[in-house]
Write a protein that binds this ligand. Structure first.
Ligand SMILES: Nc1nc2c(c(=O)[nH]1)N[C@H]1C(S)=C(S)[C@@H](COP(=O)(O)O)O[C@H]1N2
Ligand SMILES: [Mo]
Length: 411
């Protein structure tokens, strides 16, 4: 839904950051007469308009953008450079209000029901802890991350880059749980997990409950997790117990999970049937459209990224994060002139496996001027981050490198 104000604002943005000079691959390059949208800057280090909600008070307020009590993102410059996102800076996304903190009083006593197996039963977290142990580094990313860059203004939180983080979850392999329950029942094709939120009386649970199905082909590396980055999983991130389906978008990682069912059909819940579907712009989501499951390769520059603070001319370390989606991030290229020329960046930090992200860095000699920093990752399967987003009604899974550029001033 364009209106004149929006278009005017975009034009002004282009003019403001239009003149691009680049020392490195030669020559000053002007983007001023280009029709391509300029990099959108992420919010600067301003004070939060909204305070952190009580259940998330322990987050580092200066690192977060609070959209609402249930939608809190990490600032572009606050991911850190170690490859792992500190817990107090990890984004939060709740579709409905989280359960009471009371469920964290005795986390080992939390029960999860397991059905669609040969011997359906429930397990306490304490029992799960005796079945097996696995740690996996994953990119946890909301499928709406990057929605804020969509031109058609999809409904939902206007996330920029910060509805994502790379964290290490520890728990029990789902396969070990299936085995302890006698094996999966015949003919099951989905793992359907139900969140532990309380459903207000009188409401049809299907309209509100967080219940997600993923194909059983996707659960090879899935775990039921009780620990994150070496700490007990807090309520805000799904404690006492959470489903982690590595490589799959955020919504499939059901928090405070109370039921894991192996099913023949996908959940009848609205969040499965209607939401999180790749429907064309203007078309409501329905089961005929693909569900939001596997993530795509994606990267973005994190530093420097503050449009308010000019960067000192000279050698600048341009760094960021790069994920491969379902295979590891293999190569990252960086551009300082809005994607006209690219140079290969160096991968930094530890290789934490295919589901994690890698840091990257490119040293560039920058003369005073305006620059548009872009990055583009290619994964081990040979899939590269695209220039343009795959348009869809709700603005899901935006991994366009052009949308994720950042404009900086060098002085
Ligand atoms: N039970 C439950 N699980 C949930 C959600 C929720 O609202 N309830 N939100 C999902 C969505 S949309 C995302 S992006 C991630 C967010 O995880 P985080 O809050 O730990 O960052 O959790 C997913 N799992
Ligand atoms: Mo999400």
């Amino acid at each position: 839904m364009h209106n004149t104000t929006d278009i005017t604002r975009r034009r002004m943005l282009i003019t403001a950051s239009g003149a691009v000079a680049w020392a490195g691959l030669g020559g000053g390059l002007a983007l001023a007469d280009s029709n391509e949208p300029a990099a959108k800057s992420s919010p600067g280090p301003v004070s939060n308009a909204k305070p952190l909600p009580p259940y998330a008070k322990w987050k580092d307020a200066d690192s977060m953008i609070v959209h609402s009590a249930n939608t809190i993102e990490t600032r572009r410059n606050a991911f850190g450079s170690s490859g792992i996102t500190p817990l107090d800076r990890l984004y939060i996304r709740n579709n409905i209000s989280p359960p009471s903190e009371d469920i964290m009083k005795e986390p080992d006593a939390w029960k999860v029901e397991v059905s669609g197996v040969k011997s359906p039963r429930s397990f306490t977290v304490a029992e799960l802890k005796s079945l097996g142990l696995a740690s996996v580094a994953v990119v946890l990313q909301c499928s709406g991350n990057g929605r804020g860059f969509s031109e058609h203004k999809p409904s939902g939180t206007q996330w920029t880059v910060g509805a994502a983080g790379c964290v290490i979850f520890t728990g029990v392999p789902v396969k070990a749980v299936i085995e302890a329950a006698g094996g999966m029942a015949d003919g099951m094709t989905y793992m359907t997990s139900t969140g532990g939120e309380e459903i207000p009386a009188g409401l049809d649970p299907n309209t509100i409950m967080v219940e997600r199905s993923v194909p059983v082909s996707g659960i090879e590396d899935a775990i039921l997790a009780w620990e994150i980055n070496g700490e007990p999983l807090p309520l805000a991130h799904g404690g006492p117990l959470r489903v982690i389906v590595p490589g799959y978008a955020g919504v499939n990682n059901v928090k405070y999970v109370k039921h894991v069912a192996f099913t023949k059909e996908q959940s009848p819940a609205k969040i499965q049937q209607g939401s999180y579907r790749f429907s064309p712009i203007g078309v409501k989501g329905t089961p005929e459209f693909d569900s939001i499951w596997e993530m795509d390769p994606k990267s973005w520059v994190t530093l420097p990224s503050d449009p308010e603070t000019p960067v000192k001319a000279g050698r600048v370390q341009i760094s960021g994060v790069a994920m491969g989606g379902m295979s590891e991030a293999k190569k990252v290229e960086v551009s300082v002139n809005g994607g006209k020329d690219w140079q290969e960046a160096q991968l930094t930090g530890p290789d934490l496996g295919k589901y994690a992200w890698r840091g990257f860095v490119l040293a560039a000699d920058l003369k005073p001027g305006k620059y548009q920093l872009a990055s583009r990752v290619t994964n081990a399967d040979g899939t590269s981050q695209p220039e343009m987003r795959k348009e869809n009604n709700r603005g899901y899974m935006n991994n366009s490198w052009r949308d994720h550029m950042v404009a900086i001033d060098v002085a």
